[in-house]
Design a protein around this ligand. Structure first.
Ligand SMILES: [Fe+2]
Length: 288
């Protein structure tokens, strides 16, 4: 990868925590981003794992165009969420036809720590969320650095998880546990459970990280409860983002977990547009 150290960057980078996250200011996404500048943004994405772009107008087409610079964009199997005219965008909204909060949380599955697309063979690379309307209270997005989580494992735990695989299942995480918007038989056939390595080697940085999250229903060859208890999130490895309207966040699903925090869907409006870029099938480190 070409170094961008000598390039005069047209943006400023402000780290958000010691372990992950950076604010990128000076970029107007809607104007389009040239290849050199995009390369520098991508370098920051690999280094900081989560990028925050401060409030700006990003129309749906510009969000999709930006996402396509990261890679192929996913069209989600749950088609009722498609934003008008853009099947690449998944709109989460709790507004009724009069534009008032309807009291329903549109996707409770997002409240648990997870990584997007781990329930399919080709998993999510970047997720790009734009906040059209954000709650004044709650509705934050939290991130956890899973490189750091792996590095903190004791040698005993590293040995325990080495070469193990987890079964990730969208039907389990998104629908079966809270009983709403159940997947149809056809959707289940289209997205059967998949096994993924627990210790994932990031395909671009080469670093190892823990790859788990709430789509992981159980660990192959391990008692169910023991496997589910393995997901430990370290408060000092997290970045907790409190949204301002019209911010855009990008994160690397290969090495961070994320979750949304609750808000009152009867009094607080929340409308966000999400776009997931597809990456690759996760690869584990084969340990002796
Ligand atoms: Fe998510």
């Amino acid at each position: 990868m070409a170094s961008t150290a000598s390039l005069r960057l047209p943006f400023a980078v402000r780290p958000l925590t010691p372990s992950l996250g950076a604010e990128i200011s000076g970029i107007e996404i809607a104007k389009g981003i040239g290849p050199d500048v995009f390369r520098a943004i991508y370098d920051a994405f690999l280094r900081y794992q989560v990028l925050l772009f401060p409030p700006q107008d990003v129309p749906p087409a510009a969000q999709v165009a930006f996402a396509r610079q990261f890679g192929d964009v996913q069209v989600h199997v749950m088609s009722m969420y498609h934003a008008d005219g853009f099947p690449e965008l998944y709109r989460l909204s709790n507004l009724d036809e009069n534009g008032r909060p309807n009291g329903e949380h549109p996707d409770k599955g997002t409240l648990a720590w997870h990584t997007d697309g781990s329930w399919q063979r080709i998993t999510g690379q970047a997720t790009i969320i734009y906040g059209e309307i954000v709650p004044e209270i709650g509705g934050e997005t939290h991130f956890c650095d899973m490189y750091g989580a792996y590095e903190r494992l004791s040698p005993e735990w590293r040995a325990r998880v080495a070469n193990r695989r987890a079964v990730h299942n969208l039907d389990f995480s998104r629908t079966r546990r809270h009983g709403k918007d159940l997947m149809t038989e056809e959707q289940k056939r289209e997205k059967p459970p998949v096994e993924q390595p627990i210790v994932r080697v990031h395909p671009e940085t080469g670093r190892e990280c823990l790859y788990l999250g709430d789509h992981a229903e159980y660990i192959v060859g391990m008692p169910y409860d023991e496997g589910r208890a393995m997901l430990a999130v370290h408060p000092d490895l997290t970045y907790e983002h409190r949204w301002r309207p019209h911010e855009l966040l990008v994160w690397d699903n290969r090495c961070v977990l994320h979750r949304a925090t609750p808000y009152d869907p009867a009094t607080q409006a929340r409308v966000v547009r999400r776009c997931t870029v597809l990456g690759e099938a996760p690869v584990g480190r084969v340990s002796p």
